[in-house]
Design a protein around this ligand. Structure first.
Ligand code: FAD
Length: 462
């Protein structure tokens, strides 16, 4: 039984970043985590393992498709799935152990076990009750399946099961064309599976700029992914290591079935707050099960805060991290601010897709007068040399002031390139500011500059 300035429940990117910041600011801090390892969804069953498999499968794709053209000849790679899983697991371990090291370095206590809040100011872990001046809930999210679809994590899997399949399936069906479904669908396609994506809507990756959605779907189709759009899944039946998905096409109500060895259900995630005792405490929740907070992450109960996937906003690791830092700084008496208008979103397929700020559709809906600067990676020397000419950079800027309102990139390293535009937006920059900034040659970043030039007098290499 100890007494703390802050106890954080959950060690995902929201919780662990918050803990480190609290400790750096002199607050006595503990983190409750029920999992065997620190790092939450992101490090254990999310961002990190999925990126390891995306990297490995992309390397295979490069070896198969581009090595010979560069004069790199010889034995084609074969996939040792067990070794690929070990590589993924070692990547997870290196990262989760890294957080343990950071906790020790910053003198943060890890209270091992599942926590609950019997009353404000107290956190119960097992039989122990600890005192805390402030409690921060960073309990994250869990998979949300479809009605009537039972996930067994063997044949019908969530993203968690998809990251540790016993073998590479011959046929895979992905239900839901969102970020997670397309990333993991790409992995198994590159490893040799026939992958069909079934999506309820008429476009993939809902909420993304429509021009990028179209280009992205075209590129994924070129890579061999198949799409069934406008299809409402009715059910999934699993038997003898096979599954049958039944669906209805929304355009004519016709009913169809499709078989596969593995079905990945990637239809979203929902906040996870089970077992915390929030109802008894009277913590206000939204209809979607999110904990309601004010702008300083405080719930309606004094001394209890919440952040990350379990509150409103995009379910992204870096959003949770920013909230973690801001919440800690607020508790230490600072005046932090998270700019929710400049939170990038990235899809780590190949090519990558990244966006920040407004889409063209949103600007039209807002009646905002805007201009578009676009540049294709085909005009970028580095991309051409690296077989990475697919895609483009699109910058949206205010027509009168030239201030950047949004950016959408599909192309090589899009997830890294987007940050130049994020920084520009944070500083309220005009597209001309980007266009007049010298960019090293030959880099993919030159495509960003060219798109900014295209907002003005014109790109050079278009
Ligand atoms: P979480 O990371 O979910 O952590 C919450 C932790 O709290 C968990 O470890 C849980 O065990 C613990 N916990 C909960 N309740 C209790 C309790 N009562 N007692 C003790 N411990 C408790 N986001 C990105 O930004 N980029 C990506 O590339 C990306 N890829 C993803 C890929 C996949 C397959 C998935 C599933 C998600 C991905 N995400 C990605 C989303 C990202 O993982 C989440 O947005 C992020 O982890 C949220 O952080 P968090 O701290 O809010 O919660």
């Amino acid at each position: 039984m100890s007494s703390y300035d802050v106890i954080i429940i959950g060690s995902g990117p929201g919780g662990y970043v918050c803990a480190i910041r609290c400790a750096q600011l002199g607050l006595k801090t503990a983190v409750v985590e029920g999992r065997e390892t620190l790092g939450g969804t992101c490090l254990n069953i999310g961002c990190i393992p999925s990126k390891a498999l995306l990297h490995a499968s992309h390397m295979r794709h490069e070896a198969e498709h581009n090595f010979a053209a560069m004069g790199l000849k010889g034995k084609t790679q074969s996939v040792d799935w067990k070794q690929m899983m070990s590589y993924k697991n070692e990547t997870i371990a290196a990262n989760t152990k890294g957080i343990e090291f950071l906790f020790k370095k910053n003198k943060i206590d890890w209270l091992k076990g599942w926590g609950s809040i019997p009353e404000a100011g107290k956190v119960k872990v097992g039989e122990d009750v600890h005192d805390a001046k402030n409690i921060i809930i960073a309990s994250g999210s869990e998979v949300s399946s479809l009605n009537g679809v039972e996930i067994d994590e063997k044949t019908v899997v969530s993203s968690t099961g998809a990251l540790e399949l016993a073998k590479i399936p011959k046929k895979m069906i992905v239900i839901g064309a969102g970020v997670i479904g397309l990333e993991l669908g790409s992995v198994y396609k590159r490893l040799g599976a026939a992958v069909t994506v079934i999506e309820y809507l008429d476009a993939i990756t809902p909420g993304m700029d429509a021009e990028v959605q179209k280009a992205f779907k075209k590129l994924l189709t070129k890579q061999g992914l198949e799409f069934i759009m406008g299809a409402a899944v009715q059910g999934v039946e699993a038997k003898n290591n096979k599954a049958t998905v039944s669906y209805k096409l929304r355009k004519d109500d016709s009913e169809h079935t499709l078989d596969a060895d593995t079905v990945l259900v990637s239809t979203g995630r929902r906040p996870f707050t089970d077992g915390l005792g929030l109802a008894a405490l009277g913590v206000e929740m939204s209809q979607r099960g999110q904990i309601k907070t004010d702008a300083h992450y405080k719930t309606n109960i004094d001394g209890i805060y919440a952040l990350g996937d379990c509150i409103d906003g995009p379910m992204l690791a870096h959003k949770a991290e920013d909230e973690g830092m801001a919440c800690a700084e607020g508790l230490a008496g600072q005046k932090p601010h998270v700019n929710y208008g400049v939170i990038p979103g990235v899809i780590y397929t190949h090519p990558e897709v990244a966006n920040v700020g407004k889409t063209e559709e949103q600007l039209k809906e807002d009646g905002h007068d805007y201009k578009v600067g676009k540049f294709s990676f085909m005009g970028n020397g580095r991309a051409k040399a690296n077989f990475a000419g697919d895609g483009f950079v699109k910058i949206l800027a205010d027509k009168a002031t030239d201030r950047i309102l949004g950016a959408h990139i599909i192309g090589p390293m899009a997830g890294d390139l987007i940050h130049e535009i994020c920084v520009a937006m944070e500083f309220g920059a005009a597209s001309e500011d980007l266009a007049r900034t010298c960019h090293a040659h030959p880099t993919y970043s030159e495509a960003v500059r060219e798109a900014a030039l295209a907002c003005g007098d014109g790109a050079i290499h278009a």
